[in-house]
Design a protein around this ligand. Structure first.
Ligand code: FE
Ligand code: FE
Length: 176
């Protein structure tokens, strides 16, 4: 087996964050891009779902997601920064994976199980992101921003819980 190259310290780019505030702002730009991408992607997931309960769950989370975009715009305003989106490679990858799950499953319960699996990966990514950003915000003294980020975090967690319930109580059973 080939030996791995020795690990190296990575040199920072010219515009690299120097302070936690900069890193916080970079994170906001990333998740702003991600939420906007979700607003575009969720209707396709909804259209491809079969179970009425799943369709409804996706539709209501699409509405919440539109609210997440607006909340982020409020957060940018609260810290006196322009709302700018920066491509989030992680969300881009997760959405590409969701697309391929659609192609790799027959419509019906199995595709529904795939849609739930893909959606929960997205929600878990959002939960991790908002958890970090809310903590940064409160440690940086942005109390109102922290509250808004925590509101969104709660909705992401609720969505994840609902998807788990749907999977366990009906979708996965039908898909077996
Ligand atoms: Fe969201
Ligand atoms: Fe979400």
């Amino acid at each position: 087996m080939a030996k791995n190259a020795p690990a190296k310290k990575v040199p920072a780019k010219k515009d690299a964050a120097e302070e936690l505030q900069d890193f916080f702002e970079d994170g906001l730009k990333d998740i702003y891009w991600a939420e906007k991408a979700l607003v575009k992607a969720l209707p396709k997931m909804q259209k491809n779902a079969s179970a009425p309960n799943l369709k409804t769950a996706i539709e209501s989370h699409l509405n919440e997601t539109k609210g997440h975009v607006t909340r982020l715009e409020e957060v940018f305003k609260l810290i006196a920064k322009k709302a700018v989106a920066a491509k989030c490679d992680a969300m881009d990858g997760l959405l590409k994976e969701s697309e391929s799950i659609l192609e790799e499953t027959q419509p019906g319960a199995v595709r529904d199980a795939g849609i739930i699996a893909a959606s929960q990966k997205v929600e878990h990514y959002e939960i991790a992101t908002y958890g970090t950003l809310a903590t940064f915000a409160s440690q940086l003294g942005h109390k109102d921003a922290a509250k808004l980020l925590t509101d969104t975090l709660r909705e992401e967690k609720n969505c994840d819980t609902l998807l788990s319930k749907l999977a366990k109580s009906e979708i996965n059973i039908k898909a077996k």
